[in-house]
Design a protein. Structure first.
Length: 508
């Protein structure tokens, strides 16, 4: 039996809201904001590490606590937007995002930085589900919606380019906190213009917001991701097993509760749609395979190859260019060929690009790096855009917030797990390097710690320390790229079978 995605109603496909494209321009500002924030953190990590002196574990927490919190709250916030209004929650969340960015900029200790990133995750959880849900309600024509989703995805990709370039410029002229303050003008424009242009939308019969479900979702997601992170970093232990059991139990309780509530926080029946489930799973595994590499790439470019921040940002530009171009063409390509060929082909391309990075060393030339990043961008642009379209097309518009939240939860959970698992691979390999006599313990915590330690050592010892530390970091990065490649290629095979006979809507 063919599993095709159909419009929620026959009238939606012919209804075209005036001003929808102007409204879309406001929504992409929110996407731009989140993308920029995610990418500038990686670029600023060496500076944050040198200034705040976090341990290796604290550095990983700074990188992934945002994803932990946002993954735990996305479903709740998406459901809340369905209930109180997506415009309202978007504007409130955007205002909070800007205010908390100031706290990130002026953090003075690793602990405060981790707290600030966690609070930013709370605000960030309101943004992405609301933007996709509003697109679902603004664009009823399937082809227009595919283009809107493509623009949405292309803007996120553009943010990954703007973030490193803007961040690189700021880091060369100001202190690292300035990379967070760039959120403020974007927030101001979003809120002021959004009040005027965005239409309000919500579920007309939402039912109550079940606080127990909210708590179960938050506890389950954070506990499970934390357990994976700790197991990958320090090995399996009784404490890790207890936390994993707590998270698993909370999520099982959450699912069982959703199946019994008359108006659940998340309608589990969404997962009966094979295309919806396959798209969500593909997104999660793809980000898992990519995120560890992305998190450490800026450190490789700066601390291993000695590039300045702006140069490192420009070096990452091909990935964004490829993703923007592919995102704008993805909907058309999926209709001309098929959903599964575009998604599986994109994922396979990313996997092969990651495989090529397993041969990098300290002096790898830019042609290989640039070509690999371009292919990663193109493959990811095709895959993520089509899966987002599949997810939005397969649900009624009243449930757009919940469906979008599931999509974003998969993305953030994949990012958290990727940084935890692949990041721990890099850190684990790095920590075992053998430095010269007199190498301080702090040099084994992070590469930036080794660079700082080398600055206070005699020239011969300094050179030996840097060479050993950089080689260990590259070895870890190569291994993580290889693991990521295996994950992406396996996901491509799975997508080919799971997305069989899926089609995007052709009405309009």
């Amino acid at each position: 039996m063919t599993s095709t995605l159909q419009p929620a109603s026959t009238t939606e496909a012919v209804t075209k809201r005036p001003g929808r494209w102007l409204a879309l321009s406001v929504l992409v500002l929110a996407v731009l904001l989140v993308a920029v924030d995610a990418t500038v953190l990686g670029l600023a990590t060496p500076y944050i590490s040198a200034d705040l002196e976090p341990s290796g574990t604290q550095l990983l927490w700074i990188g992934d606590v945002y994803s932990f919190v946002i993954a735990g709250l996305l479903v709740s916030m998406g459901s809340l937007g369905d209930r109180i209004g997506r415009k309202k929650i978007l504007l409130v969340g955007a205002t909070a995002f800007g205010a908390i960015s100031v706290l990130n900029a002026y953090a003075t200790t690793p602990e405060l930085m981790i707290l600030a990133r966690a609070l930013l995750g709370v605000a960030g959880a309101t943004l992405m589900p609301a933007t996709l849900a509003l697109i679902r309600n603004l664009f009823h024509d399937p082809r227009e919606r595919s283009l809107a989703v493509g623009i949405w995805g292309a803007t996120a990709s553009a943010g990954t380019a703007i973030g490193p370039i803007a961040g690189g410029f700021l880091l060369e002229h100001f202190w690292w906190g300035s990379v967070f303050l760039i959120n403020l003008p974007v927030m101001a424009v979003l809120v002021v213009v959004g009040i005027k242009l965005l239409p309000e939308s919500k579920n007309p019969n939402p039912g109550p917001w079940d606080m127990l479900s909210v708590a179960l979702s938050l506890v389950g997601m954070i506990a499970l991701v934390y357990a994976v992170k700790e197991a990958a970093t320090h090995g399996f232990s009784g404490e890790v097993a207890a936390v994993a059991l707590l998270g698993t139990g909370a999520l099982i309780w959450f699912v069982r509760r959703q199946l019994t509530l008359p108006t659940p926080l998340l309608d589990m029946r969404l997962f009966r749609n094979r295309g919806f489930s396959a798209a969500v799973l593909s997104d999660l595994l793809t980000i898992l395979g990519l995120s560890g590499l992305v998190f450490f790439l800026s450190q490789y470019l700066q601390l291993v190859q000695g590039r300045r921040p702006l140069e490192a940002g420009l070096a990452e530009l091909p990935a964004a260019i490829g993703a923007v171009a592919a995102g704008l063409l993805a909907g058309r390509a999926a209709r001309r060929f098929s959903v599964r060929s575009v998604v599986a082909g994109g994922l396979a391309a990313v996997g092969l690009a990651l495989a090529s990075l397993t041969v990098i060393d300290q002096s790898t030339g830019y042609p290989l790096l640039g070509a690999a990043l371009l292919v990663v961008g193109i493959g990811a642009g095709f895959s993520f855009t089509v899966t987002a379209d599949v997810i939005l097309s397969g649900v009624p518009k009243e449930q757009a917030g919940s469906a979008s939240a599931v999509s974003e939860t998969a993305y953030e959970l994949g990012a958290a797990l990727g940084i935890a698992v692949l990041g721990s691979i890099v850190t684990g390999v790095y920590r075992d390097f053998t430095g010269p006599v007199g190498t301080p313990q702090g040099a084994h915590e992070s590469l930036s710690g080794a660079v700082e330690a080398a600055a206070g050592m005699p020239a011969q010892q300094s050179a030996a320390l840097l060479d050993s530390a950089r080689q260990a970091f590259v070895d870890g990065l190569s291994l993580a790229a290889g693991v990521g490649a295996v994950v992406l290629l396996a996901t491509a095979v799975g997508a080919w079978f799971l997305l069989k006979e899926q089609r995007l809507e052709n009405a309009g």
